[in-house]
Design a protein around this ligand. Structure first.
Ligand code: SAM
Length: 250
């Protein structure tokens, strides 16, 4: 099984072509502005193929991504986004050359950190990379919803001019560690040759409760400010898979 976002990366933008990055980025900017009116620079953890940065660049002067997958960094840099740079790095432990007004981590990137020590180290690294009063905004899988709804097997079918893709996502639930191991099997058929290759990746995702996030914030020099359902701004509930948290550097 490949590391996550290796083989998968080349089909990432096709797999998420229906994801509304524009609406998500506008939502994030509005939420940030509620808590910090003067954001000029942002650090993006797990910046992926740069799809949020593409919209953030219309608002912020500078966005810097830290992204583990060299393939994803390559995709984001190919987009030539004004004010955007990205480096290959691990969000579990990093240092930045400058301090930013905000740190963002979107589409459940923090859930890829499964271990407590990785999380504490990540939050400490974010804290050190922010200006005083800087905002840390991220969305994660939410424990009450994961326990209530339970993950289901999902099949997604997509195509472009070159390929037809079928992605099967099956989950193994680890209740003792709050981790769901999402096993992706991606069948890619080349339209011209009719040849099919099968890519397999495992994405272990941790889910979080609000007291855990508050504890992490307390341990790493943040004030907990706010949480809500990502994108709708509704109060989170046992049906809210993705919850957005806002913390402020003390
Ligand atoms: C679901 S994708 C989200 C990408 C992007 N934020 C988006 O919204 O399209 C998760 C991303 O997090 C990255 N990632 C996962 N764990 C990471 C880590 N420890 N350090 C840096 N990046 C990581 C993956 O390589 C992948 O690009």
């Amino acid at each position: 099984m490949a590391d996550n976002f290796q083989a998968y990366a080349q089909y990432y933008d096709l797999l998420y072509k229906d994801k509304n990055y524009k609406a998500e980025s506008e939502y994030v900017i509005n939420l940030l502005e509620r808590f910090h009116p003067n954001i000029h620079s942002a650090l993006e953890l797990g910046s992926g193929s740069g799809n949020h940065a593409n919209f953030f660049s219309k608002k912020f002067n500078e966005i810097h991504g830290i992204e583990r997958s060299p393939e994803m960094v390559g995709l984001s840099m190919q987009k030539n986004i004004t004010g955007f740079s990205a480096e290959v790095g691990d969000i579990a432990s990093f240092q930045t050359k400058k301090k930013y007004d905000a740190a963002l981590s979107l589409f459940h990137v923090i859930s890829y950190l499964n271990q407590n020590d990785q999380l504490i180290s990540c939050f400490n690294s974010v804290n050190a990379s922010l200006q005083s009063g800087g905002i840390f905004l991220f969305d994660v899988w939410y424990t009450p919803a994961v326990l209530h709804l339970r993950p289901e097997t999902r099949v997604k079918r997509l195509e472009n001019e070159q390929v037809v893709i079928t992605r099967i996502a099956e989950s193994i639930v680890h209740d003792r560690t709050n981790v769901i191991d999402v096993q992706f099997e991606v069948h890619v058929t080349q339209k011209q040759s009719g040849k099919t290759e099968v890519l397999k990746e495992s994405h272990p995702m941790r889910h979080f409760s609000t007291p855990e996030i508050q504890l992490l914030a307390q341990l790493t020099g943040f004030d907990y400010l706010h949480s809500e359902e990502f994108l709708t701004s509704k109060m989170e509930s046992s049906s809210t898979w993705g919850v957005c948290y806002v913390l402020k550097k003390k």
